[in-house]
Design a protein around this ligand. Structure first.
Ligand code: NAP
Length: 314
């Protein structure tokens, strides 16, 4: 079978297509014929060696955490799934495994039946960003129509889902996005939209109960300028030092630095499936065929689009 792997840290040129034997599954696993996998920023952060502490430095490495596909074979201990089922899911260890192959072996605990009203590309896009958005909502605590929230980097994958959940909660949301994302941010429920290339959000007079930075560029120290006295900065892109530092700092300030680390589970998958049933929008900006994997990653990394980039196989 064909697979995409890399043998050294680097840019998209480090990725290569190789021939590998089909994986042999263990009793609790399923063999999946991958139809689509989505691109997440984590893919290139790992590939560029920015997450070595968690990913390790062993090669080959694969890429692509979440996927949609068809079950080819089930392990002897697997119940609830059978050959031919259309499923979506996420690899168990996102730091060390990838879905970038014609066939992958995954734990049955990490797949869910794909709803028939969404395609493989949308299903493959949901686990990482959907789990992240639900985790962020939990970390925000009580949200109502009086809660003033700033979402910085609001129309990438994570922001797209988060905006829609915040709208359901009735929060007052300011979305900071690129010019291509303005109309989408409004559709997904933002009350105010700022183009980050035209306005410096840190210069605004307004202050927020919650600031969440999905661009990875704002940082707690900057965000404090636009936070209310009792407020939260949600950080899904922490440096390792931020984890202990935030715990200590939070004892002495009303402006809390809250780390968001999402981990997919059945609870989140069920919530996402329910949201899909109720019309959750999963915008796919562009789909690349499997053999154009380098182009897909280059395109995704350069930014400037809204929603998700997906790689599909025939
Ligand atoms: N901790 C966790 O569990 C977890 C889970 C999922 C994701 N994440 C992280 O969360 C972040 C967001 O994920 P994602 O999938 O939404 O990524 P994404 O699709 O790349 O979205 C990031 C968005 O930030 C925007 N942006 C870039 N520079 C900006 C600036 N100066 N001001 C405002 N916005 C700016 C980008 O716009 P342009 O396209 O114009 O650059 C893009 O729309 C990533 O860093 C990802 O690794 C963490």
């Amino acid at each position: 079978m064909k697979a995409i792997e890399y043998q050294k840290f680097g840019n998209a040129d480090a990725l290569q297509m190789v021939e590998l034997p089909k994986p042999v599954i263990k009793s609790g696993d399923v063999l999946i014929n991958v139809k689509a996998f989505s691109i997440n920023p984590m893919d290139w952060k790992i590939r560029k060696g920015e997450m070595k502490l968690m990913s390790g430095s062993n090669f080959p490495k694969y890429t692509g955490a979440d996927f949609g596909g068809v079950i080819e074979e089930t392990g002897s201990a697997v119940t609830g799934f059978k050959k031919g089922d259309e499923v979506f899911g996420v690899v168990k260890n996102m730091m060390k495994e990838g879905a970038s192959a014609e066939y992958i072996s995954v734990a049955a605990s990490h797949i869910w039946k794909k709803p028939s009203d969404i395609g493989f590309a949308q299903a493959a896009s949901l686990p990482v960003i959907g789990t992240a958005a639900l985790t962020a909502i939990e970390k925000m605590g009580r949200i109502d129509s009086g809660t003033n929230i700033l979402v910085n980097g609001a129309t990438g994958g994570f922001g797209m889902i988060l905006l829609q959940f915040l709208k359901q909660k009735g929060a007052r949301v300011t979305a900071v996005t690129n010019s291509n994302g303005i109309a989408f941010a409004k559709t997904w429920g933002a009350n105010t939209v700022i183009d980050y290339r035209k306005e410096e959000v840190l210069s605004r007079e307004e202050t927020y109960d919650i600031v969440i930075d999905l661009s990875g560029k704002m940082g707690y120290a900057n965000a404090k300028q636009i936070m209310k006295a009792q407020s939260k900065f949600l950080n899904p892109t922490p440096r390792p030092i931020d984890i202990p530092l935030s715990l200590i700092r939070n004892l002495f300030t009303g402006k809390k630095h809250v780390i968001v680390l999402a981990s997919p589970s059945k609870k989140y998958a069920d919530a996402l499936l329910d949201s899909v049933k109720h019309g959750l929008d999963v915008e796919i900006h562009k789909v690349f065929p499997f053999h154009k994997f380098k182009e897909a990653y280059r395109y995704a990394e350069q930014g400037g689009y809204t929603g998700k980039i997906v790689i599909e196989q025939q």
